[in-house]
Design a protein around this ligand. Structure first.
Ligand code: ZN
Length: 221
């Protein structure tokens, strides 16, 4: 006859085995969703933006959730209080991996953050969202080419330089050019370029119109 302590011990082991078995079943039943392809992610964002613009938002995923996250896109946008990504794209908790900095440029730390959203969380679309009336771009236009301006401002200088040749409103041109240049720069980063080359990641520039709420993809897409 087994000693009571041994019986209890075996029962404990049996419970653990049952629990671990049920855990793997649960995992199989709720397998991680397939990564959303770049074009599908873009479509979902544009549909969400259309709902926002026409004042028919669905406010999806609007309750607290501790479920694992599978954001459909990384959004690099300006910190401007009129351009919150979840609202303008009508998305919710767990949908977007958002990096915000005035002027929507990036440095080493933000690049690591963006890369985390792609490599670790499986986002297959990066949207660089500039916006009209951007105070950071306006400040860069004013400071250019002062080398003593802060990094946030100097990061926008390449766009200001290119906008000098643009027709019409140079400040406005600099906003679009900045988003285009930042998207191109990101696509050339070694940790992202191989995914872009294989069609597994799309990096697109976009512009948000504060008056209407509309997001337009720049470059004709
Ligand atoms: Zn801005």
């Amino acid at each position: 006859m087994m000693k009571p302590r041994l019986v209890i011990g075996l029962a404990f082991v049996a419970i653990i085995l049952v629990m671990s078995g049920s855990t793997s079943i649960t995992k199989a039943a709720t397998a991680e969703p397939a990564e959303l392809a770049p074009t599908e992610a873009l479509q979902r964002l544009l549909e969400g933006n259309a709902r926002y613009v026409s004042n028919r938002p669905e406010h999806p995923n609007s309750r607290p959730s501790a479920a694992p996250q599978h954001p459909i896109a990384v959004i690099l946008s300006c910190s401007d209080s009129r351009a919150p990504s979840e609202i303008i794209f009508d998305q919710g908790i767990g949908d977007l991996f958002v990096v915000r900095v005035a002027g929507n440029t990036y440095d080493k730390m933000l690049l690591e953050t963006i890369d985390f959203g792609v490599e670790n969380l499986g986002a297959r679309l990066i949207l660089v969202v500039g916006h009209d009336q951007c105070g950071a771009v306006a400040a860069a236009v004013k400071s250019y080419p002062d080398p003593h301006a802060g990094e946030m401002i100097r990061n926008i200088y390449p766009a200001v330089k290119d906008a000098k040749d643009a027709h019409g409103d140079q400040g406005s041109a600099a906003i679009s050019i900045n988003a285009i240049l930042v998207a191109a720069r990101l696509a050339a980063e070694p940790q992202l370029s191989h995914l872009v080359a294989h069609g597994k990641l799309k990096i697109l520039p976009a512009r948000y119109e504060t008056a209407t709420g509309r997001v337009k993809i720049l470059g004709g897409e």
